[in-house]
Design a protein around this ligand. Sequence first.
Ligand code: BG6
Length: 256
Amino acid sequence: AFMHEVMGLNVLEKQLQDTLHVDNIIIVPGNSDELNWVKQEMGKACVSFLEKHLTSRQTIAVTGGTTMAAVAEMMSPFHDNRASLFVPARGGIGEKEENQANTIAAKMARQANGSYRLLYVPDPLSETSYKTMIKEPAVIEVLKLIQGSDIVLHGIGDAITMARRRKTSETVIQKLQAENAVSEAFGYYFDADGNIVHKVRTIGLHMDDLSEPGPTVMTVAGGKSKAQAITSYFKQGKSDLLITDEAAAEAILRDN
Ligand code: BG6
């Protein structure tokens, strides 16, 4: 029965590769909307992929979110003591402390015996402070590490769910609805065709930094409720690997 299940997921992985046009897909059993351990299973898959592909002393940029927090929980030292440097992908974008990229980067570093650098950016950030802050030497230094990172680990969220979780103003929520925002990643909001319809103003990684020859991008997102969001992000968003769960995979394939 176990082998059967594994084979079944392999078939799903192949189908999802063709639908989303992603080179690598890993699907874990279950639905992370309902069971939190499914997020941890995605986390384990992410850590073992890193274990296989990480070379020495690489810089890993991470986003926030509950999925990335689960990846951090599963993080462990890489063999041969390959130390890594963890940095947040972007400054604060309205998450609770435990789900912030800074917190997650620090936790991953602790779990992996690596090191970390943090980005302290007020959240929300006005246009004027943004312009002043990006000139701060300490910010420039971390920004260089982020923009030169070898690996980016990120989550995907449902657009309106994320906007509400971030206590986004009604004006912005209305804008997102008017523009039919479907997904969110790194504080960018996308419509069903993958066009950017809104960005949270903060310092850090920009979508352009991901284009060729960019870092290796690893996406971790699952749960039936994220099916449309995942499809939307992959219309244009760069990713070399998607780690998802069975429920999201089945819903994506059903709708496409
Ligand atoms: C945010 C990340 O913090 O979390 C986003 O910046 C991601 O990239 C979101 O879309 C996902 O959150 P969760 O809790 O669904 O994993």
